[in-house]
Design a protein around this ligand. Structure first.
Ligand SMILES: C[S@@+](CC[C@H](N)C(=O)[O-])C[C@H]1O[C@@H](n2cnc3c(N)ncnc32)[C@H](O)[C@@H]1O
Length: 439
């Protein structure tokens, strides 16, 4: 046992154990954060990240392949060996690693799992895949779930809501997302930061149509980029970077960010104007991250723990000029960044999320002052959480009107809202609606 504790950790074996936990319901991000410190080499941590993301992204495809390759399922009894076999297929088919090396490294990893009795099985299974790949791929492609690596309910919802774009959404979900940064205009100039990146050999470029955005050519550890420690930038997708602008901020306004953690949009609001910001979140642990993130950027807000749908417990009675509701949602617009969403989310979750979003909207509307503006945002592509939600809100509130403002090129699904679909203009799937209080 002692020898195992001191032996260098095997990235593939750790990835298999981690992936098995993700498939059982744990969040990919949390499992990666807990597992990565066990690997001392940065390249091993990068391999862990890649295997975990691609393993979750392609689980539904290669799990179906394993059903055809294995006589008896290992999924329940030997979940880590099952996940390792799946990662073997991912290394061959998705990551295009050299065949001999991928098979040998996967067989080594089964020994690192201390399950050498499965070494022969893994070896035989991967070799059979290589021999019969064309035939097996044809079988997988005949089934929409295995072909797309998306659950049935999500395929149905995409086909219903976006009949002309469902295939493009699936393709975007199955590709890696670029890394977007937002320059903190209070600490840095975009051109100057780009020059520092270039000096450090980091390939990056400014994005037309975005004041503060930079896109990196390759994924990197952002904490090692020039300017990180001094708060010169934050990681934030281009679609999320429209929220602060849509709020139409001005100095002196009282602003509520109602679902604030971990503080990406709170920070952007504070970078944009001298406002008094209340950053609210119902999750105390996530709320602590708002304060940490703002401190790194040299910003400050009043942070409050509380349920946005029950303001009596935390509101001081003073109206807000602006409210941002970055609502808890299905996150179906960011599947390319968080592929475990495809494994964890169920159709029934959408009904609960939609009801929760309506409760938050109705509870916060009275807190908005006359002529005040409320921006409703989700990283969802589902109509029920977006245009449908806003249409129903407008029907319930005669004093509300939707403003017809949208970022350039975004889709206009109705009710004055704007939708970007995953991958469009390089950005995440995102929805915005702007509601003004008329009376
Ligand atoms: C989409 S995330 C917010 C991301 C954040 N605005 C940003 O840009 O970094 C949604 C947040 O809503 C919070 N939340 C969920 N239900 C809530 C409620 N009833 N009241 C307040 N916050 C809630 C979650 O804890 C989560 O942090």
């Amino acid at each position: 046992m002692k020898a195992a504790a001191t032996a260098p950790a095997n990235a593939r074996a750790l990835a298999a154990q981690a992936l098995a936990r993700v498939v059982r319901g744990e969040s990919l991000r949390a499992v990666f954060t807990a597992t990565a410190p066990r690997l001392t080499d940065a390249r091993d941590r990068a391999l862990l990240s890649s295997l975990l993301h691609e393993g979750a992204r392609w689980w539904l495809r290669y799990d179906a392949a394993l059903e055809r390759l294995l006589e008896r399922s290992l999924r329940e009894r030997e979940a880590d060996v099952h996940a390792l076999a799946l990662l073997g297929l991912v290394q061959l088919d998705v990551l295009h690693q050299p065949e001999y090396a991928a098979v040998a490294a996967t067989v080594d990893a089964v020994r690192a799992l201390r399950k050498p009795k499965f070494a022969g099985l893994i070896n035989a299974l991967l070799r059979r895949w290589l021999r019969e790949r064309d035939n097996l791929l044809a079988q997988l492609d005949a089934d929409p779930v295995a072909r797309s690596a998306h659950p049935r309910w999500l395929l149905d919802a995409l086909a219903h809501d976006w009949p002309d774009a469902a295939d493009a959404i699936v393709a975007a979900d199955n590709a890696q997302a670029p890394l977007w940064l937002r320059v903190n205009r209070r600490r840095a100039q975009r051109e100057e930061l780009l020059a520092r990146f270039a000096q450090a050999g980091v390939e990056a470029q400014a994005v037309a149509g975005h004041d503060q955005a930079i896109v990196l050519a390759h994924s990197v550890d952002v904490t090692r980029l020039p300017g990180y420690a001094e708060g010169a930038f934050s990681v934030q997708d281009g679609a999320a970077q429209f929220a602060a602008g849509l709020l139409d901020l001005a100095a002196g306004q009282r602003v509520l960010d109602a679902c604030a953690a971990p503080g990406g949009k709170s920070a952007h609001i504070l970078e944009s104007a001298e406002v008094r910001l209340v950053a609210l979140d119902s999750d105390a642990r996530r709320l602590a991250r708002v304060a940490e993130n703002l401190a790194r950027l040299g910003l400050a807000a009043e942070t409050r723990g509380g349920d946005a749908a029950a303001p009596a417990a935390w509101w001081d009675g003073k109206p807000f000029d602006r409210i941002l509701i970055d609502a808890p949602c299905s996150a179906t617009g960011i599947v390319r960044r968080q592929p475990d969403i495809k494994l964890h989310r169920r159709a029934v979750d959408i009904t609960h999320l939609v009801a929760g979003q309506a409760r938050i909207l109705d509870a916060l509307w009275p807190l908005l002052g006359p002529r005040g503006r409320l921006v409703y945002a989700t990283c969802s592509v589902l109509a029920d959480e977006n245009a449908g939600q806003i249409e129903r809100f407008l029907a319930r509130h005669a004093g509300a009107r939707a403003l017809d403002v949208a970022p350039p090129g975004w889709r206009r699904p109705g009710a004055g809202g704007a939708q970007n679909l995953p991958g469009e203009r390089g950005m995440d799937g995102f929805y915005y609606a702007i509601l003004e209080k008329v009376h």
